[in-house]
Design a binder for this molecule. Structure first.
Ligand code: FAD
Length: 532
């Protein structure tokens, strides 16, 4: 069962080894042990529903609590510390397009705000019901999880859009195929959520972001059904798929999506390499991207992330041996770890690995073909559980991301890290902040930043600290000309910055499209963009 407080399955934990605790205490300070509000107390906060009855809608308080928030840091403070103060008035679990259509008609008639719910993994406040205004209905697509068609000639599969990562890949794998979209939230996030937030999987370098994978689909909108045509490529005017991608539920509910799939790869491996510092590592990574090497993943950690990864592994003895070995080969305190993936046929992988080794060595790098890469892949969907452990210990952890052209990426990284690490100077609170380049393109790369700080005894103060760091980072990102979101979307948290990235005409066009499709303003109101 899914947790109400924190991330993931209630039966999965990621304990923090003692040496790792000691490391965090040294870097960030001794945490305050803070109480977690019991779920029963949260349920008591759920007010009576304001919705007219409907056979598909439950108003059960626990269901409404479960759908009240996602996974952003403010969402966590709300759910763990009991600040949650807005709830959907009901939850529906449709199984068919007809039922979705029926629910949209109901919300139109009753003047209700409709919030689609995929996997609930949003990290930017997409799911928060507005405190003021009309009642809201959460439409959970979790029962719409079937494979509807698999066309081997076209290499396409059509799914109901509520299907989660594991449900989708299991159904494809049984037939010898793969989509290959692996966001770190894969265990719970859904196909519809990926599409409307423009999600990016960890192996996007090989499989592509969600955009090129999304071939066509079906939406139920307040203006009626919307079918995106099933054509390989077209020059017949604007491509409406691109309106749906990133629409964050403002245009309707994606009920079906046809995805471009591949045959299962012959083999897959993950390995590591080290560079003596970030500047050299980033130059090598740019070379890899611009040489278009046939890898499936490239992820370069900065020195602090490399060190923290070692420390949090808890494998003290192994880490000490590894560090001695790395020092011996010129990879000292500023060392940066690259994890890379090879996905394809044996011959393709061998060639790509040889080409990569050449680039690594010509940038003073060192290949490590054992343990590290395999350890990363084994834990990749487990790592988010560490956030639960840290929170319960008294540490808050959050992440943010941007993308910048290569010529701005290194300065951009430094500026963002500086902004976050200095944001709590007045409070005299240290912040552990580190980053990695995780998705690379020929013209630039994404920068993913993790920051960890102590929760305050007062929950509002925990939130205030986060607000300061997030604002400092967001201002810095937009000043540098980076995107406010490379993969997580806009929601509530990035909404104030959207107008910096998109010019007034673009904002006007987006507003008009939303108003045209949803003239009564029932779809996920208040997220992505304000209409006035
Ligand atoms: C631990 C963790 C790791 C993450 N890692 C990544 C990552 O590697 N890459 C990445 O891109 N993101 C990542 N995310 C962010 C998040 O998983 C993505 O934004 C994801 O695409 C959200 O999908 P979801 O199904 O959970 O959507 P939800 O959180 O349920 O909803 C997000 C938004 O989509 C709307 N929506 C959902 N389904 C539909 C539908 N069928 N039709 C219309 N609107 C819909 C909702 O109304 C909401 O506005 C991570 C999040 C967490 C918590």
């Amino acid at each position: 069962m899914k947790r109400i407080q924190g991330w993931g399955n209630i039966q999965t934990d990621y304990p923090l080894p003692d040496p790792a605790r000691a490391y965090l205490e040294t870097v960030v300070g001794t945490p305050h042990k803070l109480p977690t509000i019991p779920i029963a107390e949260l349920i008591k906060k759920v007010p009576p529903s304001r919705l007219p009855a409907h056979p598909l809608i439950t108003t059960d308080p626990e269901d409404r609590l479960r759908h009240a928030r996602g996974q952003s840091l403010p969402d966590w403070v709300d759910m763990y510390d009991g600040l949650v103060d807005s709830f959907p008035d009901g939850v529906a679990y449709p199984e068919t397009d007809e039922q979705v259509r029926d629910l949209i008609q109901y919300t139109l008639k009753a003047g209700v705000n409709l919030i689609p719910y995929g996997g609930g993994s949003s990290v930017v406040g997409h799911l928060t019901p507005l405190q003021e205004g009309p009642p809201s209905l959460s439409v959970d697509l979790g029962k719409m999880n079937r494979l509807l068609d698999l066309n081997e000639d076209n290499l396409e599969a059509t799914f109901q859009a509520g299907v989660t990562g594991p449900q989708l890949e299991t159904q494809l794998e049984q037939r010898g195929f793969i989509l290959g979209h692996f966001p770190q939230s894969w265990e719970y996030s859904s196909l519809g959520g990926w599409i409307v937030t423009r999600s990016v999987g960890q192996q996007s370098y090989h499989y592509g972001r969600i955009e090129p994978l999304f071939a066509c689909g079906h939406l139920e909108t307040p203006s009626g059904p919307l079918d995106l045509p099933h054509i390989p490529k077209s020059a017949a005017g604007p491509d409406l798929r691109h309106l749906v991608l990133g629409s964050e539920a403002r245009l309707g509910i994606v009920t079906q999506a046809t995805m471009r799939i591949r045959r299962l790869p012959e083999e897959e491996h993950f390995y590591a390499a080290f560079f003596p510092n970030f500047e050299i590592g980033a130059t090598a990574v740019r070379k890899i991207a611009q040489s278009e090497l046939a890898l499936s993943m490239v992820r370069l950690s900065d020195p602090m992330e490399t060190e923290t990864t070692f420390q949090l592994s808890g494998e003290e003895a192994l880490v000490n041996i590894a560090k001695k070995g790395l020092n011996l080969f010129g990879q000292g305190a500023e060392r940066c770890m690259l994890i890379y993936g090879l996905t394809g046929s044996r011959a393709e992988n061998r060639l790509a690995d040889r080409q990569l080794a050449h680039i690594v060595r010509s940038h003073q790098g060192m290949m490590v073909k054992f343990y590290l890469g395999e350890a990363w892949i084994k834990k990749r969907f487990l790592t988010p559980y560490l956030r639960n452990t840290l929170w319960e210990l008294g540490y808050a952890l959050d992440t943010l991301e941007t993308a910048l052209p290569w010529d701005k990426l290194q300065d951009g990284r430094q500026a963002i890290l500086h902004a976050i690490s200095h944001a709590l100077k007045a409070e005299n609170e240290p912040v552990l902040v580190f980053s990695h380049i995780s998705h690379v393109y020929t013209n630039g790369g994404s920068m993913y930043v993790t920051y960890l700080y102590r929760r305050a005894e007062d929950s509002q103060e925990t939130l205030a600290r986060w607000t300061k760091m997030k604002a400092a980072a967001s201002q810095c990102i937009t000043q540098m000309g980076g995107t406010i979101s490379h993969q997580h979307g806009v929601g509530l948290d990035h909404k104030p910055y959207l107008h910096i990235e998109k010019d007034p005409t673009s904002m006007h066009i987006i507003r008009n499209i939303i108003s045209t499709v949803d003239p009564d303003g029932i779809m996920n109101t208040g997220k992505l963009i304000d209409l006035d």
